[in-house]
Design a protein around this ligand. Structure first.
Ligand SMILES: *Cc1c(COP(=O)(O)O)cnc(C)c1O
Length: 379
């Protein structure tokens, strides 16, 4: 029986991506440029399609995690500036230069790697300097380290330093987090002071874009908010872009005392209609959500019963008598008046919306919905 194909799919709404881009532009000072973070395959939404959508609707630049991700976008014909957020590596630097990616440096050695790759290829290696103001990940940590990198860049004819950036570690937290973010911002301003004129200085992630538009500086970096999930409660109107669905494969009625799924964690207290669903943890549905999650069927909520299996899971459809095999099951997204957000799934699974969007499995088919952005807009 292959009539259940596709057993499991995610539909990405590119109109919503464009709408979110416009909304982020609206709440960001006009003087700041907009970088769209499309790392990790655009948080699971599809890097190429999302990149084209954002470049057509207000993004000036893209950001990826690695040279490999940037090279893939270049391979699709995308010509916009792309920043690689991770530190430049010996193994990737030459490819990064060849693909005209902006690479990130924070030591003299990294600048030297870029100089060599630039010289060997006859190209200019464009770089941004990362400044660590309290994230503790990568970056120069003080004026001495900054000046060493600066000096190395100045004496490297094949290196062009065009920007400097830092990353906030706690901008989505309460008052405490905001105080720490302000401290990070002050430190960043201090370390930007004395850099050559004309560099693009940037620090604001999604949380800061919403909470501190005054931290926008020359450019902001929008990640999760672009996909419809502001990391803090806010006024902006963002719309989730990913809808994840499966199907009912089987429906039955069980009676008192019967068990559902591994470990017998759920036992029927009486007559219950059970739907089996074509999705499991191999599709990226977190096993830890078992017993807490619900799904939507015919616009109604059905509690997930017992443990999530590798490829299947079960839900209580006693209250949904019309539920039948082949029917759509919404795992994440809107269904009638009901909806399940990545944040709901995150709460049931003990994680954050970022990880939910990213854990949707590679075997889950991806489709795109696109009504307004017709082809022809060259990125
Ligand atoms: C991932 C990332 C971002 C985007 O963060 P969001 O919270 O998703 O907006 C911005 N800057 C850097 C350096 C990142 O690694």
């Amino acid at each position: 029986m292959n009539n259940l194909h596709p057993r499991n799919q995610r539909v990405i709404n590119l109109d919503h991506i464009r709408g979110n881009m416009a909304e982020l532009r609206r709440i960001t000072p006009k003087s700041a440029r907009m970088m769209a973070v499309v790392k990790a395959d655009a948080y699971g939404h599809g890097a190429e399609e999302v990149a084209r959508a954002v470049l057509a609707s207000g993004a000036d630049m893209l950001a990826v995690a690695s040279v490999d991700e940037g090279a893939k976008l270049r391979g699709c014909g995308i010509r916009a500036p792309i920043l690689v957020l991770g530190a430049v590596t010996e193994g990737d630097v030459a490819d990064g230069v060849r693909h005209r990616l902006i690479q990130t440096v924070c030591t003299e050695k990294m600048v030297q790697m870029c100089e060599k790759a630039g010289k060997d290829s006859g190209l200019i290696a464009e770089v941004h300097m990362k400044i660590d103001t309290g994230m503790g990940r990568i970056g120069v940590r003080n004026r001495a380290e900054r000046d060493a990198v600066l000096k190395e860049a100045e004496r490297s004819p094949h290196v062009r330093l065009s920007g400097a950036f830092t990353h906030f570690s706690d901008a989505d937290d309460g008052e405490e987090g905001m105080r720490y973010t302000e401290e990070q911002y002050r430190k960043f301003r201090y370390l930007c002071d004395g850099l050559p004129k004309g560099l693009t200085c940037h620090c604001a992630n999604s949380a800061a874009i919403h909470r501190r538009p005054d931290f926008a500086m020359d450019m902001v970096r929008a990640g999760i908010s672009l996909y419809g999930y502001p990391p803090v409660p806010q006024q902006s109107k963002l719309t989730p872009c990913m809808r994840w669905t499966a199907k009912i494969s089987h429906v039955k009625e069980v009676t008192e005392g019967e068990y559902i799924s591994y470990g017998r964690t759920w036992k029927a207290a009486g007559k219950t209609r059970i739907a089996t669903i074509t999705c499991g943890y191999a599709d990226g549905y977190h096993r830890s959500a078992g017993g807490k999650a619900s799904v939507l069927i015919h616009g109604k909520r059905a509690p997930v019963l017992g443990r999530i299996c590798m490829d299947q899971m079960m839900a209580d459809v006693t209250g949904i008598p019309e539920a039948a095999p082949e029917d759509e099951v919404v795992l994440m997204g809107q269904d009638g008046d009901e909806s399940i957000s990545a944040e709901d799934l995150a709460a049931w699974s003990g994680t954050i919306s970022y990880e939910i969007l990213l854990s949707v499995g590679s075997r889950v088919e991806r489709k795109f919905e696109d009504h307004t952005g017709k082809q022809g807009v060259e990125a």
